[in-house]
Design a protein around this ligand. Structure first.
Ligand SMILES: Nc1nc2c(ncn2[C@@H]2O[C@H](COP(=O)(O)OP(=O)(O)OP(=O)(O)O)[C@@H](O)[C@H]2O)c(=O)[nH]1
Ligand SMILES: [Mg+2]
Length: 224
């Protein structure tokens, strides 16, 4: 099945693990209890759901600043990114922006990013437009008002980013279908040399988008 990877990032205790858990009750979370008796993600969250013919995998990251090395590893190969702000805690915005700038370096420039203004169920939660203005988020970027407590906009946000990713994948899938029996012509079309096309096809195979037949030097697009 075609697999896409969505990264879930944001400052500490903004609700990343809660978001993933609300979407997939069987999600995994590697967390540890701090000296304050609160739980912190120290490794990764992993959740998944099926949309259309795609397995959508959610990769959650730790929010504590010192875990940047873990965020770096988890972010490799992401197709999209969901970035959470803690709408009820503006003092976390500074760390949020630090994490955002750090993670952005690991992401391909064109991949879709959406923002969540989470914890809208709390009385002092800031509206998405306030968070946008306070953090200089681009006018055209989408900021959803969400709550992991009430479920507000959780499904809507995941469907939105899925559709954005799908729009990017669709032309690629069509192109790949046209060149299944002619890798050389595909390389020419994409302006890639031998090594680049090999890496490109390997990556698509890891994502379960194609199956490579190395003996016959062909590949087939996985359609279901
Ligand atoms: N009121 C409210 N609390 C929330 C919401 N989302 C998460 N929380 C609470 O915030 C705390 C932290 O939630 P987590 O989901 O662990 O946050 P996190 O971002 O994964 O935390 P780290 O991974 O350690 O950075 C928990 O007590 C959650 O119950 C929300 O939408 N509303
Ligand atoms: Mg977490």
């Amino acid at each position: 099945m075609l697999t896409i990877k969505i990264l879930v990032v944001g400052p500490v205790h903004s609700g990343k693990s809660s978001y993933i858990n609300a979407i997939d009750q069987n999600a995994l979370n590697v967390e540890a209890k701090g000296s304050d008796n609160k739980f912190y993600t120290v490794g990764i969250d992993l959740g998944s759901l099926i949309i259309k013919n795609f397995r959508v995998c959610l990769f959650g990251t730790p929010g504590l600043l010192q875990f940047s090395a873990i965020r770096d590893i988890i972010s490799i190969g992401s197709d999209g990114c969901i970035f959470l702000f803690d709408a009820a805690h503006p003092e976390k915005d500074e760390d949020a922006i630090k994490i955002f700038n750090e993670i952005r370096k690991n992401l391909e420039p064109k991949i879709p990013i959406i923002f969540l203004a989470n914890k809208q169920d709390l009385e002092n939660a800031r509206a998405p437009e306030v968070i946008r203005a306070q953090n200089n988020l681009p006018d055209k970027s989408k900021v959803f008002a969400t709550s992991c407590r009430t479920g507000l906009n959780l499904k809507t946000s995941i469907k939105y980013i899925f559709n954005e990713i799908y729009e990017i994948y669709k032309p690629l899938l069509d192109l790949l279908k046209d060149y299944e029996n002619d890798i050389r012509a595909l390389a020419q079309k994409l302006n890639k040399n031998k090594q680049e096309i090999r890496d490109f096809l390997n990556e698509l195979e890891i994502k379960s988008i194609i199956k490579v037949d190395r003996e016959n030097k062909t590949y087939s697009v996985i359609t279901s």
